[in-house]
Design a protein around this ligand. Sequence first.
Ligand code: ADP
Ligand code: ZN
Ligand code: ZN
Length: 742
Amino acid sequence: MSAPLIEPNIISVALDVPLDRTFDYLNAGFQVQVGQRVVVPFAGRQLVGVVLAIHQQSEVPVDKLKTVMHVFDDIALDTQTYQLLKFCAAYYHYPLGQMLISALPLRLRQIKPAVSRKTFVYSYAKPIPPERIQKRQIVLQRIVTALTVQHSLSEQQLSEVATGWRKWVQPLIEEGFIQAQEVIAIRPSVPSSHQAPTLNAEQQHATQAVLAAPKQFKPWLLYGITGSGKTEVYIQLLANILAEEHAQALVLVPEINLTPQLEARFRSRLSQYPLVTLHSNLSESERLQNWLAAKSGAAKIVIGTRLSVFTPMPHLKLMVMDEEHDGSYKQQEGMRYHARDVAMVRAKQLNIPIVLGSATPSLETWYNATTSNTTTQPEKKQSYGLLTLTQRAVTQAQLPKIFCIDSAKSPLENGLSPLLIEAMRKRLARGEQSLLFINRRGYAPVLHCSACLWHSSCTRCSAKLVVHLSQRRLKCHHCGHEQKIPLQCPSCGNADLKPIGQATQRLSQTLESLFPTARIARVDRDSMRSKDALTTLLSKVHAGEIDILVGTQMLAKGHDFPNLTLVGVIDTDTALYSPDFRASERLFSQLMQVSGRAGRAAVAGEVLIQTAFPQHDLFHALRAQDYAAYANTLLQERIAMQLPPSRFFVLLKAEASDYQQVQQFLNSAAAYARQHANEVTLYDPVRPQMERLKGLERAYVLLQAEKRQTLQRLLHVWVPQLRAHPLSSKIRWALDIDPLEF
Ligand code: ADP
Ligand code: ZN
Ligand code: ZN
């Protein structure tokens, strides 16, 4: 490089430290660009940072500045991604440096060079003069001939021409005759032999509506029950958008390892477009490779979970978010972002359409798609388009019939009503499959002493210790604490301790004694620890090697079981009357989803729900499979009670082993906020349902306002005050903007 460097250059670097600022360093003659990664000294350590600006001056005297130690070649952060991350850091009031670094693949956050499996293709840079090749250099002649015929050769192709090709090609590169170009390896997709189905009228309408304005920001809600053909619509949209040169699409999914079928379907139907996935089940090197493929534009389709909403994609033209209501899109620690909201911002920044799909949309989305936006939310600039699919796409696939079993009238035996047992017996006799849904793992939720009413509880959390009988242990599902099952009551010495209530293991055991010949499988986090356990089990279910499945919500999602005709729902009543205002919304969507497992093929399915409250609104709507009716009821309640989505929330959470410090911090936080609380409703500090967690006492302050901007204005002055509070570094506190859980 010939241009002389202007020195001294000062570069501002974002670092993964909990301080909301960048740090200046001297550049010791490196050629540096914005977005590049560097290694710098920081507080006695060496850290990887990202260059955000280059200038000639610093507020710090130049002789106090330290010097950059190393500069990596790659530009890790492009402008587009930077804009998005910067917005998020500001909106979620999270340190920009931490935000930027945590969005990078782990390998790029480490000091040692990130070794991705680089591969190259070789082609002519200029013609090789004939005298350069001698007569006896047969190998070289073969290589040159192959290059002339094929124009460019991959490493693999060169190896086929000659095993020792490297030693011949290297000198030619050095002499400038041959050039090597890096390519990113992407696993090829295999085309499907199935014909694409012809879209029905509703699907066609949905596809056309989105494609009518492909180059402007527009959010769409694609609302349709399981099996109504939403995925088919996504595929058609991608096929259309990707047909253009330089186009990429991002498909967000809740948990990809639970839905391997989805990836397979996109791969086979859109096999001409290189596809990569990004999720937590990848190795770090795979993750880096896939991320680089997306960033280079080589991958046309990215299917990924929450964090992949930040994946750099230079030609992004469409975003799809499947199961948009799913809680896993919300990050619950660190930067507590919601991928749906971030995706919305990204779509707006890029001026592209975004499609949210669900059978049971979140009330936030439902509100945006169904309420006229002039009265309640004048700030809103773009209302959502609502696209509805009303029927199952495969005509012979019938909707399941949903019934409640009144557990007050039909007494349960070991958690099961005789009606449900009878229904299962019928399925077994017909060779059909059943699924029992219970959202609790372990053997029983609690161990109880009938003499003194002692029950097993965690000393570190406000939670019960769950009985895990096979391991003879009591476990806390919140902090991981475990201990042996006591032989007698720790409080009164009574030897007659009983597990109370139902959970997956106990239910499986009951079923084994009821149906000794049936093949029963349990699906929960305990039984599905290994990476492939679920996949193996699912293929067994498909092969008809399982008669009864017992499982948690792990089973509720996406799986297509054609021979499954009965779903039994055990013990969901606690969620009906939970203090969490979102509990019934979540329960409804969970039950819809699990009901959707029954009767996906020609045989009609049946769903039996055991409940003491069969007359509850939720069950009325569920039996009618009418999400819209229930959503509208809930929405009216939320509006009347000034709850989201008609209002916005910010939660300041604090925790410490000393509850007094928590109180002190929150009281002064509330006092500060009151000074600026213009149009913001401020609630006094309260304790969450889980008062103690992992040995820490918890409490929070809730702020509520009609508009996001109002809250942001307050946060702008409030957060610096919180950071400067004397207790700020002594206790743990965090802001949760738009919290999902309390
Ligand atoms: P969803 O994503 O809403 O659950 P899918 O797109 O997976 O629905 O569709 C459910 C089933 O119906 C799939 O097996 C799919 O191949 C099939 N299907 C979807 N659309 C059509 C159509 N227009 N004609 C025939 N079959 C269809
Ligand atoms: Zn006792
Ligand atoms: Zn605990």
